[in-house]
Design a protein around this ligand. Structure first.
Ligand SMILES: [Ca+2]
Length: 127
């Protein structure tokens, strides 16, 4: 009886873990390379996709709590519109699960994004 309950729990946890692991990836897989911004931590909630520079990310602006670079080049994330104020560089394949983390305090702040021409974040602050 107890073993059965534990097995059931393990199966449930595994199912949730599988769903969490595949949800953002499957959304990204259907798109070309680009930048993903998540409304919540871990790319939860709405996921906004960017393929090129955006001077004002509009309705997604100031709402992103996670960011993932699914591109082959680096991206710059700016606190203000028109590529201004504080900025952080996100190298290819890098994933910031929580932009609110105190070390960078960048949650609910991103207002513009720029796609660089190289994969390097050299010369820019990184997370
Ligand atoms: Ca902002």
């Amino acid at each position: 009886m107890r073993t059965k309950i534990i097995r059931g729990l393990i199966a449930a946890v595994a199912a949730v873990a599988a769903a969490m692991a595949t949800a953002p990836a499957s959304q990204a897989d259907t798109r070309a390379a680009g930048l993903l911004l998540g409304q919540h931590q871990n790319l939860g909630g709405s996921v906004w996709y960017f393929a090129d520079n955006r001077a004002d990310i509009g309705s997604a602006g100031d709402k992103a709590s996670s960011a993932k670079n699914d591109d082959t080049v680096a991206w710059l994330l700016f606190d203000d519109k028109n590529f201004s104020d504080r900025r952080y560089c996100l190298a290819p394949r890098h994933y910031v699960k929580d932009l609110h983390y105190a070390s960078w305090n960048f949650g609910d702040k991103i207002s513009s994004v720029k796609r660089l021409t190289t994969s390097s974040c050299s010369g820019y602050p990184t997370f």
